[in-house]
Design a protein around this ligand. Structure first.
Ligand code: S3P
Length: 172
């Protein structure tokens, strides 16, 4: 396995692909600290993500995201769960590729809709919680996700433990 002490495991993927749950489980399995970027931004700003988008705008949120990513990547040996839009900036893709192994989690639009349909905290999906719009958003981002990914893991119909073991196997 890559020496994780000298690198980071960075989870990326569209909303609802399971990044947070998988990163927490990996953190537990590997005894490495886990950084959940959205959660840290909420704590730092003392505002929900939807409030940040509404009051400060998306580009302010994206600036926070890049600044936080840089800060987290100063250290090695972490599991990092990124927000789904982290790949929208080329700078973030370069940072991630230079400082860790980037794991892309995928899921079909149907699975994603099922997982996000009750969520009120994803402003990008406001008014777009349907298969057509989710498919379109995934398609718009697909090249960027692929550009960033070192490892791609599909999460449809898999348990958390199955997904984590697939990831660990692919690191050998
Ligand atoms: C976003 C994904 C969200 C959060 C924000 C924007 C996106 O994170 O960062 O709402 O642009 O895809 P999750 O992927 O954890 O839901």
């Amino acid at each position: 396995m890559n020496s994780l002490q000298n690198s980071n495991l960075i989870l990326i993927g569209f909303m609802g692909t399971g990044k947070s749950a998988v990163s927490h489980q990996l953190s537990h399995l590997l005894s490495l600290p886990c950084f959940e970027m959205d959660q840290l931004i909420v704590e730092n700003e003392k505002k929900e993500i939807s409030e940040i988008f509404e009051e400060n705008g998306e580009s302010y949120f994206r600036d926070l995201e890049t600044a936080l990513l840089k800060k987290i990547l100063l250290k090695n040996g972490s599991i990092i769960s990124c927000g789904g839009g982290i790949v929208l900036r080329k700078e973030n893709i370069n940072l991630m590729k230079n400082h860790g192994t980037v794991i892309l989690l995928t899921a079909t639009p149907e699975t994603i809709l099922e997982r996000v349909k009750q969520s009120q905290s994803r402003p990008i999906l406001d008014g777009k919680k349907n298969i057509h719009d989710i498919s379109k958003l995934i398609e718009e981002r697909q090249d960027k996700y692929m550009q960033a990914a070192d490892i791609i893991i599909s999460t449809d119909s898999k348990s958390l433990s199955q997904i984590c073991h697939e990831i660990l196997d692919s690191l050998h």
